[in-house]
Write a protein that binds this ligand. Structure first.
Ligand SMILES: C[S@@+](CC[C@H](N)C(=O)[O-])C[C@H]1O[C@@H](n2cnc3c(N)ncnc32)[C@H](O)[C@@H]1O
Length: 277
């Protein structure tokens, strides 16, 4: 869903804008998922692949005033934005950001009480089992590794066949692509946890409901999401499906789907976690 397509999308600023604009959609459900993590008060955590740090802030809030969270990312520009957003928050003192590669973490073993990764493990094109092993390495025994992944959506009410066609395109199912091993699909993530040596892996899926009337923030977030999800599907769908997509999903279309008075959509996030031994 939020895969970073740096080969095609060279414009980091545009990707940064996407993370930011999609926040009104993602934040409520991510907040709910974080609540269920029951992060220990005063704990020390790592947000791996933190992006612009929007959810590092939520993790810091959940870990309470004595907690501290490190947000780690490889993209300098995102960390600049993350620091700027954090500096405007009352949670600033509870967060630090560090540039680094999550597949070779710049931390000692047993450093953290827990590690969380959101739209990162299973989304970026890195071996998820190796990544989980590396995340687990820096967590103390008894600690937890969490991964949260955008797992599904129904955004085009009344057009299930068109939506299925759009979702069946390379960008629609990204980062999973035709020809990839089934094991690389996030629905197999429980197996990633087992193979990374984490015990008692579990998963829970959270749904976010969206319905009219939509705030302008939510409208803009959905417009961005349509573009992010299917904006590159042109080559992979029939011309009539592409025309239908544009008719329904372009804000300047007279049939723009967000103008349907009873618009309703939902999407899900799945939270996988496993214990470190
Ligand atoms: C889809 S974004 C998700 C960002 C953030 N977690 C969120 O949910 O908004 C994936 C992030 O992973 C970062 N990333 C990619 N490869 C990485 C690596 N090897 N180590 C750390 N971060 C990486 C990207 O820069 C990007 O910020």
């Amino acid at each position: 869903m939020f895969e970073m397509k740096q080969n095609r999308m060279t414009d980091i600023d545009q990707y940064l804008k996407r993370l930011y604009l999609s926040n009104p959609l993602r934040e409520p459900v991510i907040r709910t998922a974080i609540d269920t993590m029951r992060l220990p008060a005063g704990s020390y955590g790592l947000d791996a692949g933190c992006g612009i740090g929007l959810y590092t802030l939520l993790l810091a809030e959940a870990a309470g005033p004595a907690g501290h969270i490190i947000g780690l990312d490889t993209t300098k520009e995102f960390l600049v934005k993350a620091r700027s957003l954090a500096s405007k928050s009352v949670l600033e003192d509870r967060i630090s950001f560090k540039e680094g590669d999550a597949s070779r973490l710049p931390f000692d073993e047993n450093s953290f009480d827990w590690v969380c990764s959101m739209d990162f493990v299973g989304v970026v094109r890195l071996d998820p089992v190796l990544l989980l092993k590396e995340l687990a390495r820096v967590v103390k025994p008894g600690g937890i590794v969490f991964i949260l992944i955008w797992s599904s959506q129904m955004l085009l009410p009344g057009y299930p066949m068109l939506e299925a066609q759009l979702n069946a395109t390379a960008s629609g199912i990204a980062p999973f692509a035709t020809g990839m091993k089934p094991d690389l699909h996030f629905m197999r993530a429980l197996g990633w946890f087992h193979r990374a040596g984490l015990i008692e892996p579990t998963v829970r899926t959270f749904v976010s409901d969206i319905y009219a009337p939509l705030s302008s923030e939510m409208r803009n977030a959905l417009i961005e999401l349509f573009q992010m999800r299917w904006g590159e599907a042109h080559a992979d769908v029939a011309p009539e499906d592409w025309a239908e997509y544009q008719r329904l999903c372009r804000a300047d279309s007279p049939d723009f789907i967000l103008n349907v008075p009873e618009y309703y959509a939902f999407f899900t996030y799945s939270l996988f976690c496993g214990n470190v031994v």
